[in-house]
Design a protein around this ligand. Structure first.
Ligand SMILES: CC(=O)O[C@H](CC(=O)[O-])C[N+](C)(C)C
Length: 307
């Protein structure tokens, strides 16, 4: 699909025709399109996310990705892979919306006076991405806490009956603090990971635009899949800490990461910080490629209604 067809809504050549510029859109459009991208990401990537959380939180039970997948399907049926999906479906849409919205806002904040968005340096894009990661923390920490706990429920006797029940039980049993278990680990994960995610995507799209003079749908899908992979290479160690903290009780690790990290390194070695990397990498490419595919489609629709 040519993103440039008929009305060049999102891309247009500079006067001398040598470069292609990305048109600036209002941040509200990024919120809606980003939310739709989040929906595509969840539908495509949730089963592998469940395998990752299980492997990270119960390492002794699952030998590898396939072992985890077969055990879950054998013991709980295929629906076991979709456990806890209601939270991302309800939560990821606004989180991704906010994430793409605040990245576009972050680009405005880091731009020097008269500097065009297209001329932002890699460092500026990284900072705008970190800003986006920070903006989503208030929503993503409780969302991840509930999602991880639901994904870890095994067997018939269920402690939590859905995401509202889980959120309410956590709140009644420890207040807001209980919902925000794992905040530091999530900050450590999302700030640098969002920084690389958005900067890698934007730089790749710029390279494509300069090389091909127009940007096609597959460029966006490729750049999104690649950005998703790099995002997780950076995010993994903090993600392991986050998953362990968020699937434990409030008093298990009283000093949070400072209690957990030395314990993991002592008992399991540094490679434990990359536990779950296989399912997350298998997930990252299609999940983020579909995310950016969804965003491009949503943007095209929005541009045709609100040029
Ligand atoms: C940690 C995370 O959710 O990363 C997102 C990519 C993915 O694979 O889900 C990226 N981002 C939060 C920046 C939208």
């Amino acid at each position: 699909m040519d993103l440039n067809n008929k009305n060049p809504a999102n891309l247009y050549p500079e006067e001398d025709g040598t470069r292609v510029l990305v048109r600036d859109r209002p941040p509200g459009k990024y919120f809606i399109a980003g939310g739709f991208g989040g929906l595509c990401t969840t539908l495509c990537g949730h089963p592998l996310d469940t395998i990752k959380v299980r492997m990270q939180s119960k390492p002794s039970e699952y030998r590898n990705t396939w072992d985890a997948m077969f055990k879950i399907i054998h013991q709980e049926g295929p629906s076991g892979l979709y456990k806890g999906m209601m939270v991302p479906l309800v939560g990821i849409v606004p989180i991704f919306g906010l994430s793409f919205f605040s990245f576009s806002l972050g680009k405005k904040l880091v731009a020097k006076p008269n500097q065009r968005k297209e001329d932002l340096t890699a460092t500026q894009l990284f900072l705008a991405g970190m800003f986006s990661g920070l903006a989503t923390i208030p929503l993503s920490v409780p969302g991840e806490r509930v999602k991880c706990l639901l994904q870890m429920q095994i067997g018939k006797k269920k402690l939590f009956h859905g995401f509202m029940d889980c959120a309410l039980k956590l709140y009644r049993n420890g207040g807001v603090k209980n919902l925000y278990v794992g905040t530091s680990a999530t900050i450590l994960r999302d700030l640098p990971a969002s920084g690389v995610y958005f900067s890698v995507y934007d730089i790749l799209m710029r390279l494509f635009a300069n090389h091909f003079k127009e940007t096609l749908m597959w460029h966006s899908i490729f750049a999104g899949g690649f950005a998703g992979m790099i995002n997780w290479v950076v995010a993994m160690p903090a993600d392991v800490l986050k998953s362990r903290l968020q699937t434990s009780s409030m008093d298990e690790y009283p000093r949070g990461m400072r209690s957990l990290l030395p314990k993991i390194l002592r008992q399991e070695g540094p490679w434990a910080l990359y536990r779950g990397v296989v399912p997350i990498m298998i997930r990252a490419i299609p999940a983020n490629a579909t995310c950016f595919f969804g965003i491009e489609v949503a943007m095209k629709i929005l541009d045709s209604y609100f040029p």
